[in-house]
Design a protein around this ligand. Sequence first.
Ligand code: FES
Length: 350
Amino acid sequence: MAAIPRELKADGQGILGYRLLGAIASVAFLPGRSEGWSTDRVRQVDRVRPMRVVDTPGLADDVVGLVLEPADGTPTPSWSPGAHLDLTLPSGLRRQYSLCGTDPRSLMVAVRRLGAASTEIHERVREGDVLHTQGPRTAFPFCGEPRVLLVAGGIGITPIVTMARECATRGLDWHLVYAGRTRASMPFLDELVALAGSRLTLLVDEERERYPSVGEVLGWADADTAVYCCGPTPLLDLVRTARGPVRAPLHYERFAPPPVISGREFDVTLARAGLTLKVPADRSALDVVLDAVPDTPYSCRQGFCGTCRVQVCEGAVERRGRAGGPGRPGAREMLLCTDRAEGVGLTVDL
Ligand code: FES
């Protein structure tokens, strides 16, 4: 096991940074990864399906469920644990949310109120509304290994709860570590207490006078235990660092984009706005452009959905994103969230 601090440290925003990181990511998640994962493995689902909101249950403090049924008379699509649905909101914002319901006649997502998209869902989306959806698709698949540790932080429980149900149904040897700020803020808590019993380790900020340790999060996992983790970056970093190289796989899903690796500084010029912005080596062009043009469209922030694709007027592109299907950038296009300039700068049609 790699050397890491024995305990997580507070970041001033709550243990494991749930509040801060949730806000950054609007609690829509980013695609899951396993060791050897690639965005190529996220199969694009191109069909747009209108779905009607048939219920909006409160699932926890500031967490609302959207229960959706096809509005076009088609059957409810099937899905598997770890799958997500792309939602396009009335404002045009597009986000991905994990599916977490149990009724095969409908799809349900759970949305924590943080950021523009989730606030729109909480404040504007009502029963009877029709939303355009794509998917389901599975970027964080559950592989059903014989011994499984599930780790969830905050709203990261949404894909994990479906895996817990699957573990119980299959009779696997499993354990769940579920961390959150308060019990009232933790969706599916009652269900999981009943389902998991002694298989559940609860780490609740307000009930603890110390921070979760590596042992508390990963203590149940031996070298043959597959680990599935979804939550904020500090939790993922803890698990990834502490887990180290072992036989069994680590599968995880991010709330925030991964850091830029081996980036070089470049200028991005927004032709229509008449702005030239410096993109530091450790930031994405999207992050820099959003500072200046906050309504720039984006969704996954990891180069797979194609929402941030823009025309390139001048300059050569270093391609890093892998959006497929209709999101794939053309020869004179780039993905702002991942692609960079090959040279000193790019001019884009923004
Ligand atoms: S935001 Fe999804 S590809 Fe850039």
